[in-house]
Design a protein around this ligand. Structure first.
Ligand SMILES: [Zn+2]
Length: 172
């Protein structure tokens, strides 16, 4: 068994703590993991994590339906939501097979598509590809750019830089 970001030593000290110091925490943790494994699934619209057919964001009528932020992983939704300054909806792009769902979302009032991809040559090529596919919809396209260093994951970008990047998004 292996968990991301946890090495052998870390795993050992967590296990020791749970079985010796805090058995109550161990049981709560076990229960939380069990319930997550049983109940968490992928939102039918955006591809984010959800306990229902639609996630809280897609189901939220107050979110701005004119804005759609495309990300490359579920983690990036958490990063952007944590900072709480984006009020539109999301779409997790996992490949060409997702275009049907993406188009469904877009037909629901989207006017601007924001690519929240970490800057790289591959991601720029992907932006171009997605833009081409969505060109019949007459949308505005922008991407976050300023202040995000090349080759860095969004979760490692501080909130201020991310806000600036979103505010200063550039047309693509
Ligand atoms: Zn959703």
């Amino acid at each position: 068994m292996a968990l991301p970001m946890i090495g052998k030593k870390g795993a050992r000290s967590i296990a020791l703590h749970l079985v010796s110091a805090d058995r109550y925490l161990a049981l709560r943790l076990a229960h939380a993991i069990e319930s997550a494994a049983l109940n968490v699934r992928t939102c039918a619209l955006c591809g984010g994590l959800s306990e229902n057919e639609l996630c809280d964001i897609c189901a939220d009528e107050r979110r701005d339906r004119a804005k759609l932020c495309i990300v490359l992983g579920v983690k990036d939704i958490f990063t952007l939501e944590e900072n709480g300054f984006y009020d539109g909806r999301y779409f997790v792009y996992t490949g060409e097979e997702g275009f049907d769902t993406l188009e469904k979302l877009i037909k629901d009032g989207v006017q601007e598509v924001i690519f929240a991809f970490a800057p790289s040559i591959q991601n720029d090529a992907l932006i171009y590809f997605i833009e081409e596919r969505l060109s019949p919809f007459g949308l505005n396209f922008s991407k976050i750019a300023h202040g995000i260093p090349t080759g860095v994951n969004l979760e490692n970008v501080d909130a201020v830089s991310l806000l600036r990047a979103l505010d200063g998004r550039v047309k693509v």
